[in-house]
Design a protein around this ligand. Structure first.
Ligand code: ADP
Ligand code: ZN
Length: 447
């Protein structure tokens, strides 16, 4: 079902009109209320009255994470402190957390976009939602919670962690929908398997995963292991939290952006200029309707591309591809840009490997090197006879050497650089215990 068809299926021209009107109002609003923006607009030589439509957006200043940090915690707010009804903070994956705040209307918007997202992912009123996103300062738990209630779901506020209890609740309550990080979905899946519970013995039908990058390879694993049709949910606290975009369960071909509220652009990571329609670059979002923390052209650092092609689900909202990585996750290996998600996609093609891995980054004589630690499946280990006494892989064994060689060449052919590869035994790569999982171990000296 489509939660707000009047907005999600707007004709392109009507959408652009709406976005243009909202952008005009937004620029006047921040010019009046946020000193940082008043100064930044003046510095770019733009008067609020000159903004006529979305095409003028490229004249506006870009906002970066450092602007939020410089005004930590509440310096960018456009409303008085007493208008606030909630604060959240980003998970701080890349440094000090950034604090964000919401008015009552912002919370209402937060609920609505997450209701849309859940409906895009297949949820329907009356279903039960097992919400395993973390509750607390992180926006995931409370964002999807409110969205679930708004859509008419029965929400179980499980939060992340305590995996045994999660499985019991899934088996006993029989929810149709689950949301959590993709890495935690894999943890739940493998624990279910250990309990001997088959995917079709549980009630789950739809799942929404996000908060960290994942790939189609990982999606296939999750779908098979949980018996679901999973979709990708994207968001970031600076913009609102989860619910910025979600794939529709019909096509699962790019995530529909709630672009009547969050205007997307794709900019060149080097020049900050718009890339041609359909090209890859950094996603930059403008909050068109937020009150407490409105942001002009926020540089998410996330790499993706957009399409405005019609979608079989009937929604006209633009779609973004799976996030390839963040600009700050990008590694430069002998001159080639490499994102961890590219390595993950290659590993997913080999049935001998489990969907768990670790990348160890080091520096040798000024050059970055990656070592890929790939975990083999229990089945491969049993069949290959390469098992050492402690359950790890006997690396000198012929079949282990052969597998390593295959991974090395597949990585070289696909990504264009040689990487060292080591095999890990089942269970040896890091697992999510509830939240985001960091698969990169950075051993480079601090700059
Ligand atoms: P932090 O930047 O501290 O991790 P957030 O918790 O707000 O803060 O996380 C937002 C970031 O998480 C996004 O900018 C993006 O890098 C990542 N992210 C969120 N959803 C997805 C997704 N579906 N796919 C890939 N990355 C995602
Ligand atoms: Zn669609």
């Amino acid at each position: 079902m489509i939660f707000e068809p009047e907005s999600e299926c707007l004709e392109r021209e009507a959408m652009r009109d709406l976005q243009g009107r909202r952008l005009r109002a937004l620029v006047a609003y921040v010019d009046q209320r946020v000193t940082h923006y008043r100064d930044a607009l003046a510095a770019s030589g733009v008067r609020a009255s000159e903004i006529r439509g979305v095409d003028d957006i490229t004249r506006l200043p870009i906002t970066r994470k450092s602007d939020l940090r410089d005004h930590y915690p509440f310096g960018l707010l456009a409303v008085a402190r007493r208008e606030l009804r909630r604060v959240h903070a980003s998970s701080g994956t890349t440094g000090k957390p950034t604090v964000v705040a919401y008015t009552a209307d912002d919370l209402e918007l937060f609920a609505r976009v997450n209701a849309r997202a859940l409906a895009m992912g297949g949820a329907e009123p009356g279903m039960m939602l097992h919400n395993a996103y973390g509750y607390g300062l992180f926006t995931g738990g409370l964002g999807l919670h409110a969205g679930g209630e708004r859509l008419g779901l029965n929400v179980v506020p499980v939060s992340g962690g305590m995996t045994e209890r999660q499985l019991t609740l899934i088996e006993d309550f029989r929810p149709e929908v689950i949301c959590c990080t993709p890495s935690y979905a894999l943890t739940l899946a493998s624990e279910l398997q250990k309990r001997g519970v088959a995917p079709d013995a549980i009630s789950l039908r739809y799942s929404l995963h996000g908060a960290e990058p994942w790939t189609d390879g990982m999606r296939a694993q999750i779908d098979a292991a949980l018996g679901v049709r999973s979709t990708n949910i994207y968001g970031l606290s600076e913009i609102i939290g989860p619910g910025v975009s979600n794939e529709c369960v019909e096509a699962r071909d790019g995530s529909h952006i709630m672009e009547d509220h969050f205007y997307p652009e794709i900019l060149d990571p080097e020049t900050s200029e718009p890339v041609p329609e359909g090209g890859e670059g950094v996603l930059v979002l403008t909050t068109l309707t937020k009150q407490a923390l409105p942001l002009l052209r926020y540089w998410t650092g996330d790499i993706t591309s957009l399409t405005r092609e019609p979608c079989p689900c009937g929604r006209t909202l633009a779609r973004m591809r799976l996030i390839k990585g963040r600009t700050d996750d990008m590694l430069i290996i002998r001159g080639v840009n490499v994102y961890p998600s590219q390595v993950e996609s290659v590993l997913a093609r080999l049935p001998a490997l489990a969907p768990h891995y670790r990348l160890v980054v080091s520096r040798e004589e000024m050059l970055d090197e990656i070592e890929v630690h790939a975990e083999v499946t229990t089945e491969w280990l049993a069949a290959s006879d390469a098992r050492s006494d402690d359950g790890s892989v006997a690396l000198g064994h012929a079949s282990a050497r052969e597998l390593c060689g295959r991974i090395v060449s597949l990585l070289r052919e696909t990504i264009g650089v040689s990487m060292r590869v080591q095999l890990l035994g089942p269970g040896q790569a890091p697992r999510s215990e509830g939240g985001k999982l960091n698969r990169v171990l950075d051993r480079r000296p601090a700059r």
